[in-house]
Each structure stands twice: as structure tokens, then as C-alpha cells.
Design a protein around this ligand. Structure first.
Ligand code: GTP
Ligand code: MG
Length: 207
């Protein structure tokens, strides 16, 4: 069975663990998926969530969370042999963290990157429900403007995708998983030949 590693990295406490849980739940319900029991890693909880899917391809996805708060000692193992990086940030703090996101992704796509040069990278904005609530309460669009700049950054740097999701409402979880499965098992790539296309609403773009 094909086995692929996906590194889930990003800003601290932005929603990485919940994103993996939402993707796992969706894969179980719609890809005939099965979440493998958690293994322990030298006595510590494992940063790996393994999901076996049966359709459209059969394969095993290992989501490896790079969390400094939970799995600090294991962070050097997060990138080697990864096929895809989901780099996450929280959309309700995007105005404060945009520069950190760009700096860290610049490094991940540079020659010094700990990921292999063929590994793709998708930018994932998490907690879109909270962003919407905040903007509604303040009647502003400052967060939307900041996230638009990240979308442009993703496009300029030919990243494999840019998504705005909510693990709370499941917004764009299906679309993100479809793109992940395509890259891992169906030969979709993140190279410059990719056409700019929209999926569903303007909230989700695969570049
Ligand atoms: N409303 C809402 N809350 C979310 C969403 N995703 C995550 N959260 C909440 O945000 C908090 C942090 O989520 P985690 O998934 O633990 O974040 P993390 O990035 O794994 O955190 P670290 O591993 O500590 O870096 C938790 O209270 C989650 O329940 C979302 O889409 N909507
Ligand atoms: Mg976590």
C-alpha cells in the first residue's frame, strides 16, 4: 500500500491538531477511511495520525504534526521524507502573523529547507469561523485584506495551494482533503504548469 507523509506545521496554537482531526473525520466518512490506533513514540504521545483510505486510491496518509508545545522533542523528525507540507495559520490573527508566515514559508521553500525540494506546500488558513465573527462584530475587513495578501504570496511563489478552512464548521475541509489526496496519490503536482483555478467560493483557491 502506498504510504505518504504530510507534515502539518505552522503558527503555534493556530488549529493544527483540530485540522488533522477534521480531515481524519472527513476521510473516514467519505474515503472509506480508517484512522489507525495511535502508537506511542519512546513513551510519548505520537505526533502521527495515520489514516488508511480506500477510495479514490488506496493509501495510507501519515499526518505528522510539528507542534513545539506538544511534541517539541520530535520536531527534527517532522520534515524528512515528507511529500507535502500543510503550513497553517489562524485567520483571526492573520494581520499579526502574516510576516511570520511569509518568513517561515520563505525558509521552507528555500535551498536550506528541511523538506525535500520535491515536496509540495499548501498554505492553510484555519479558524475561518472566528475570523468571520470578529469581522462582523467590528464591521471591518482588515483580516480579509491581510489574508488576501497571503493568497497573493502563495500565488507568486507557486505554492501548491491556498485554503481558508474551519474545523468547527467544516468549511473547505472536503476541498482541502481532495487536493491533499490528489497530490499524494494521483500525481497532481505543485509545479508552475498548474493552472489557477477556483473551487467553490472565492474562499478556496488551488493555485
Ligand atoms: N472556533 C474554532 N476553534 C478552533 C478551530 N480550530 C481550532 N480551534 C481551537 O483553537 C485552539 C487551538 O487548536 P489546536 O488544534 O490545539 O492548535 P494547534 O495548532 O494544534 O496548537 P499547538 O499544537 O499547541 O501549536 C483549540 O481551542 C481549538 O479547539 C476552528 O476551526 N474553529
Ligand atoms: Mg497541536
Amino acid at each position: 500500500m502506498n504510504r505518504r507523509k504530510v507534515t502539518v506545521d505552522g503558527i503555534s496554537a493556530c488549529g493544527k491538531t483540530r485540522l488533522i482531526a477534521a480531515l481524519s473525520e472527513y476521510a473516514t466518512a467519505h474515503y472509506h477511511g480508517k484512522v489507525k490506533p495511535q502508537e506511542y513514540f519512546s513513551g510519548e504521545p505520537s505526533p502521527i495520525t495515520s489514516i488508511e483510505i480506500q477510495s479514490p486510491e488506496s493509501g495510507l496518509i501519515d499526518f505528522w504534526e510539528n507542534s513545539y508545545s506538544t511534541y517539541g522533542r520530535l520536531t527534527p523528525l517532522a520534515y524528512p521524507k515528507t511529500t507535502l507540507v500543510l503550513f497553517c495559520f489562524a485567520l483571526e490573527y492573520v494581520d499579526d502573523t502574516r510576516w511570520e508566515v511569509e518568513n517561515r514559508v520563505d525558509y521552507l521553500i528555500s535551498k536550506k529547507s528541511p523538506k525535500g525540494k520535491d515536496a509540495s506546500l499548501i498554505l492553510v488558513g484555519c479558524r475561518n469561523d472566528l475570523r468571520k465573527k470578529q469581522e462582523d462584530a467590528r464591521s471591518t475587513k482588515t483580516l480579509t485584506k491581510a489574508s488576501e495578501q497571503l493568497r497573493q504570496y502563495a500565488k507568486k511563489n507557486r505554492l501548491a495551494g491556498y485554503f481558508e478552512c474551519s474545523a468547527e464548521t467544516d468549511e473547505n475541509i472536503a476541498e482541502l482533503l481532495r487536493t491533499v489526496v490528489g497530490i499524494l496519490f494521483l500525481g497532481d503536482t505543485g509545479d508552475s504548469t498548474r493552472k489557477h483555478r477556483k473551487i467553490g467560493s472565492s474562499k478556496c483557491i488551488v493555485l
